[in-house]
Each structure stands twice: as structure tokens, then as C-alpha cells.
Design a protein around this ligand. Sequence first.
Ligand code: NAD
Ligand code: UDP
Ligand code: UDP
Length: 343
Amino acid sequence: NSHHSSSNFFRKPSFSGRVPAGIGHRRLRIVVTGGAGFVGSHLVDKLISRGDEVIVIDNFFTGRKENLVHLFGNPRFELIRHDVVEPVLLEVDQIYHLACPASPVHYKYNPVKTIKTNVMGTLNMLGLAKRVGARFLLTSTSEVYGDPLEHPQKETYWGNVNPIGERSCYDEGKRTAETLAMDYHRGAGVEVRIARIFNTYGPRMCLDDGRVVSNFVAQAIRKQPLTVYGDGKQTRSFQYVSDLVDGLVALMEGEHVGPFNLGNPGEFTMLELAEVVKETIDSSATIEFRPNTADDPHKRKPDISKAKELLNWEPKISLRDGLPLMVNDFQNRILNEDEGKGL
Ligand code: NAD
Ligand code: UDP
Ligand code: UDP
């Protein structure tokens, strides 16, 4: 029977049925853990607009329903309040595993919980991927390189991480999560993808999450001094969120396990960042120096040759172009906050 020879017949069944979502793309059912957070909610928007079915799992530790409220009522969208430290049964084609606090202030708040999220949460999602044959993507971090002795950092660098420091719950947690992913890949044949994400910014970041971009932008809008920690000469490389989301999807859809650095190689000192924020929001903003936190990496910049070559991906939006894109969102939320206080 000739229709049986169509290549579709040999494809893995899709859990959302056989309705094609568009030419060359069959509709998938996708779980995004941590989908109510900053990066997750932007990723969910992209998957929904592409025509897929999305299930978000989130315990709302740092995520907010407001980030997803525009999708409530969409029959292809579902939001589940669930902690990934506990097992869960679902039938899905792909798992984007983002659940984990990302800001140092948040992940140090309850370090043991951060480790449980990274280890038990990742184990559960890999167990789920194994049971249903789903592809699994881990959002790891540039923090696996610690305070790097190699600059810029390539994926082959093993890192310089303090195993007993205040940041270890996150750094070592993510390193263990990478190990688990590779062991499920080698041992159980799970299709895994590993992204090492560098500092990312954009609309929907938590207002007071303590990260440097959100701090500076909120401070400039509130007419407060920009707080530079240490001497401000430490560097970071800042990526706009839509570039990251494009990279995550390219990685998930591609044929390579990784790990892949996903970041913008544009490197800035914190003092330079403060200058860009001043140019963008308020040239009269002042700078206030504060003591730095423990184990703060001195520099960080991704080498993205591997992602360029194998994923055909590179970021498109520079810091000067990206910062203005988050100002409106921050202004509106700060305004709402002020009105709330006035009531
Ligand atoms: P975020 O804090 O905005 O989002 C994390 C989400 O995970 C939140 O919605 C939170 O409620 C949820 N969550 C946390 N613990 C959970 C648990 N136990 N069960 C269920 N949900 C849980 O952070 P983000 O910036 O969107 O980061 C997303 C992912 O990307 C994280 O895994 C983070 O480590 C990684 N990452 C982000 C950056 C960055 O600069 N934004 C850099 C490197 C890596
Ligand atoms: N798990 C889950 N959902 C599933 C399948 C597994 O949450 O659909 C959890 C399971 O409870 C276990 C973890 O994933 O804690 C690892 O599962 P696996 O089957 O790999 O290991 P085992 O259960 O044999 O320890
Ligand atoms: N930082 C700063 N002022 C702030 C918040 C952070 O100067 O208000 C510095 C911090 O010391 C670090 C850098 O900015 O050197 C990036 O910090 P962030 O918490 O954003 O991310 P991470 O350390 O995880 O890269």
C-alpha cells in the first residue's frame, strides 16, 4: 500500500496527534519547566506562535503568572503549579528544562533547595524523558566555568569552581545536572541537548532579583544611584533574551548534544554597563560603589564558534540595541508598583 511508504509513517508518534502545525513542522507537545520565569515565558511565546502545544510546569518561586497571562484561554496552552523536585507523569515530545532560580540573590536564598531543584528536578525530568522517549534540553550556565582561568571560555574548558562556596549550590548543581543528562544519554539513550547560557537580559526580568542589568535599569528609572559592586572592573557579556530563545530552539531542533555556549561575545565591565544604562535612560544618574559578593567571577565571555558552526546561530542584538527594549516594561511595572503603594 503506497501510502505506507510515506516517510511520515516511520516517524515517532507525536503525543499531540497528527495535526500538522505548518509546512515541515508537525505539531508537538512540549513541556517547559520554569516557563513562568523570565527566559521560559519568552520561549513559551515562541513555541505557541509556531503552533505547538505547551505545558508549563512552575512552582512560582521566582516566576509569575503575569508573564503568561496573555496565553490563558489558549487551548494549546496549559499551566501546572508543580515543583520539579517531585515526580510527574506526562506524555510529551520535548522537554525544555529551565526550572531553577537564576539570580544569585534567589539561588542563595535557600541553597539546599537550589541543589534539590538542580539534582532531583533534573533527574525527574530525565526519568520522564526516558519513559516517553522525549528529547530533553538542559539550560545549564556559564557558571560551570566558575572564575575562569581561560578567556574567552570554550566548551572544552572544565572550569574553576569553588565546591564549598556560596555560589556552589548553583554552579555545582548545574554541573551535576549536566552529568545526569550525559549519563541518561549514554546509559539510556535519551536524546539530550545542553545549553550553557551566559548573562541574559530583557523584558519580564524580576524587578528586584539583584542581577546587574535589572538592578541598574530599575535604579535609573527610580532615580536612585546605580550600585556598582567592587571596583566595577569585572566583566560580563550580555545577551538579549530573543537571541537566547532562538539559540535554545535551534539547539533542540538540531542534531548535536552539546554542550553549546549561548551568549553574546560583547564584553563589558560593570562601569561600562553603567555608562550604557545612563546613555539609555538617564544621563544624570550617579554611581555608588558597594562591596562585592564572595567568589564573584572576574571575567566572563563566551567563545561561540561551536554554536555558529554547528547550529548556524549567533546573537543579533547588541547591548546598546537591546537595553532600550526592556525599558518600557520596567517603567510600566515600576509605575504600577508606585500606584499600588499609593492606594
Ligand atoms: P527565572 O528565575 O526568571 O526563572 C526560573 C523559573 O523556574 C521560575 O519561573 C521559577 O518559579 C521556576 N522554578 C524554580 N524552582 C522550581 C522548582 N523547584 N520547580 C518548578 N519550578 C521552579 O530565571 P531565568 O533567568 O528565566 O532562568 C531560566 C533558566 O536559565 C534557569 O535554569 C537558569 O539557571 C538558566 N540560566 C539563565 C541565565 C540568565 O542570565 N537569565 C544565565 C544562565 C543560565
Ligand atoms: N520520573 C518522573 N516521571 C516519569 C518517569 C520518571 O518524574 O514519567 C522520575 C522517577 O520518579 C524517578 C526519576 O524520574 O525519581 C528517575 O527515573 P528513572 O526511571 O530513570 O529511575 P528509577 O525510577 O528507576 O530510579
Ligand atoms: N553587580 C553590580 N551591581 C549590582 C548587581 C551586580 O555591580 O547591583 C555585579 C556583580 O558583582 C557581578 C556582575 O555585576 O560582578 C554580574 O552580576 P549578576 O548577579 O547579574 O550575574 P552573575 O554574577 O551571575 O554573572
